[in-house]
Design a protein around this ligand. Sequence first.
Ligand code: SF4
Length: 403
Amino acid sequence: MEKIMTENQQEKISHMEYMEGMEQIDSDILEKVMEARAGYQPERYTGQEVKHALAAERRTPEDFAAFLSPAAEEFLEEMAEKAAEETEKHFGSSVYLFTPLYISNYCENHCVYCGFNCRNQIHRMRLNQEEIEKEMAAIAGTGLEEILILTGESRAKSDVHYIGEACKIAGKYFKMVGLEVYPMNSEDYRYLQECGADYVTVFQETYDSDKYETLHPAGHKRVFPYRFHAQERALLGGMRGVAFGALLGLSDFRKDAFATGLHAYYIQRKYPYAEISFSCPRLRPVTSLSGTEEHRFAAPWNTGTEVSERQLLQIMCAYRLFLPFAGMTISTRERAEFRNHVAGKTATKISAGVSTGIGSHSDEVTEQGDSQFEIADNRNVPEVVTAMKDMGLQPVMNDYVYV
Ligand code: SF4
């Protein structure tokens, strides 16, 4: 691991060049998104343009750009109202529940903002098949029918076969299986789809290529275009759905949100059958990296422009108004009150009973690995179900049936 990192840094391996074994596909989406991001000037938009976008029947990328601009901040109430109407039109009062399951925290990358990074001295762990099954049985016991399987990004410690076996076990307990693992080639995605995976989430983290380069000094993740094209390779491999996200706060969040939306938009146009969704994570403190609040703000990845809750809501509304049919997940990085507020209005999916550590769902798994980041909403499944019902929403465990 150390060797890869030293080599990448010393030899200045370009973050835009593919490494050996990385599949290259025929796609112009990266160029389109990067060109649009480079040309996007959020401050240029006026209240008049935001009003025009709000009144539009079908919204264009220009409308989306206006929704993400500072000028739109004073129209947030109207945006939220329209977004709630769109959410209701496409999803009714349903809110889908799921939980993430971390099965390994080994990672070969050095994302400077992440607690799992290969230089961070944490307790590493990888669940074996028996432990995965115990964890899944415990989660299924809470009534959940959808699971998101996560690993750190280490092909050596969590290879495709290992992930495939986890998908097969998940098939015994859950009706929907998502993956948030390292980007891979389309044939690997095909294998995992055959093992039972339904959808793939890949966060680009930031679409600011220069910033990306500095935040990812080593490992396979350093290769920006390979990560960018992961959703497309997943669809080529037969996955039903793909999810997009930028880690808001790593770079200019308006530009990153704009690029995320456009990325999804172009994928949807090219693959109309694909189920598209967004995640909207904001940067969270990582105790093992930053220690104290002061350290957190002095951290090198901090842009000095934290994304406020209002701004996060603005981004979520903008996604909803631009791509009304897209799924949207609200993370436990956010506090319970905020999650309740957006559920059913912009967000369509909410996690419950979350732990970002390894082996912490079942009492039968005695050893535990460290967590990736701190969460702000610790509610268990019954608590989230009750909260959703109290708001007049219908908590849904799954709406997909294989025939
Ligand atoms: S963000 Fe992902 S790839 Fe990067 S260090 Fe953390 S687990 Fe590894």
